[in-house]
Write a protein that binds this ligand. Structure first.
Ligand code: FAD
Length: 352
């Protein structure tokens, strides 16, 4: 089928304005995947029922569908080719229910992570998954990539935070796996199949996410060590010292760190360290332990584990520390095309 035929196939079901082709499509940003719209057709259905109808029609005509969220995925998962149809969840962007007592939020799959953060914050809650792409990435994208992010050490991956979901299968069946209970041991946990499956098993249309109590304050430090061995020792000690209050522990190698620190004009720590780290701890309730991170790092200095380190003294300084970790784009873009990939390794294998 050509682009015109494909458009005519779906327009009666979801409305012509929700079938985007031609100039309307080329005006759109393709996100982190240049081939997002190479298929020439983008559908923007507004409900799970619409998605179901689209899937049923596509299956009947042998057309492949590529679901798209915020297009922040770095591994070309949203690419389409001629004869394939892109389907964006952008119109399914409503938070449906937020229960502060149970600590769960149910939302359509096109809701961005930032929307959830903003809705939860006034209630003293926060999602456990947090990523630098929070402003654009969607709950559907988080689920289908089983995203990790900067608090995975504390709250786990998306898989550990999703209580339930709704998904549409290729034949149009709407599968309701939208459990909202934390304690649920009833049978197979089918939703886990969809988490991390990158849209290959179905299109996620709704998600129920756990929310956690937001710390009343956080402490953030940037540290520099001679090498991975010392950094791992700091990690082991931090786990012991802070337990569940350790929210983040991120490592950055000098090849990355020096470039980004130079770009941002930041001289918070010495440029001569062997490896860098960001540590963030949270504190709930009273403020008694607010300087615990400073005390902990002083001990690490005494033990010879740190070459340099600084604890953020203001929200601005905290943001700068996180910018050093998160703003990889600013050094990638000027260096030309970049192949992005994540590699998971056991700590012991990292030095090699
Ligand atoms: C600056 C930056 C930092 C990042 N940091 C992290 C990080 O720390 N950890 C991490 O894990 N990732 C990270 N990412 C990668 C990316 O943000 C995540 O993978 C995110 O979860 C993708 O969400 P999205 O809505 O943009 O999905 P998209 O990019 O639109 O899609 C990603 C994949 O999910 C599929 N998909 C999207 N929506 C659905 C749906 N509703 N149903 C079924 N399949 C769907 C797509 O087909 C595609 O295969 C980062 C990206 C950027 C740009």
């Amino acid at each position: 089928m050509d682009i015109k035929q494909i458009s005519e196939l779906f327009a009666p079901t979801i409305g012509a304005r929700n079938v985007i082709t031609g100039e309307r499509l080329t005006l759109r940003g393709t996100g982190y995947c240049a081939a997002s719209f190479d298929g020439g057709v983008l559908l923007t259905p507004g409900s799970a029922q619409d998605v179901s109808e689209v899937c049923r029609l596509a299956a009947e005509h042998g057309l492949a569908i590529v679901p798209q969220g915020g297009l922040t995925g770095l591994v070309q998962g949203t690419a389409t080719a001629l004869g394939q149809v892109a389907l964006s969840l952008e119109k399914m962007n409503r938070i449906l229910d937020l229960d502060p007592v149970q600590g769960v939020v149910t939302a359509e799959a096109g809701v961005t992570l930032q929307q959830v953060i903003d809705a939860a914050e006034p209630l003293g809650l926060a999602p456990g998954v947090d990523l630098p792409s929070r402003g654009s990435c969607t709950l559907g994208g988080l689920a289908s990539t089983n995203a990790g992010g900067i608090q995975a050490i504390r709250y786990g991956m998306a898989r550990d935070n999703i209580l339930g979901l709704e998904a549409v299968l290729a034949d149009g069946t709407i599968l309701d796996l939208n459990n909202t209970l934390l304690k649920n041991n009833a049978g197979y946990d089918l939703k886990q199949l969809f988490i991390g499956s990158e849209g290959t098993l179905g299109i996620i249309t709704k998600i129920t996410l756990r929310l956690h109590s937001r710390p009343s304050s956080v402490q953030t430090a940037l540290i520099g060590c001679a090498g991975t061995e010392d950094l791992f020792q700091v990690l082991a000690s931090a786990r012991k010292a802070f337990g569940g209050s350790l929210l983040s522990f991120e490592a950055m190698w000098p090849e990355f760190f020096i470039q980004i620190a130079t770009h941002l004009g930041s001289s918070l720590v010495s440029p001569d360290c062997g490896i860098y780290g960001v540590i963030e701890t949270g504190h709930w309730g009273d403020t008694e332990h607010e300087d615990a991170l400073t005390t902990f790092l002083a001990g690490c200095f005494e033990d010879g584990l740190l070459q340099d380190g600084t604890v953020a003294q203001s929200e601005t300084q905290r943001r700068t520390i996180w910018q050093l970790r998160e703003d990889a784009d600013v050094i990638e873009s000027p260096n030309g095309p970049c192949l992005s990939y994540d590699v998971g390794l056991r700590l012991h294998d990292i030095p090699g």
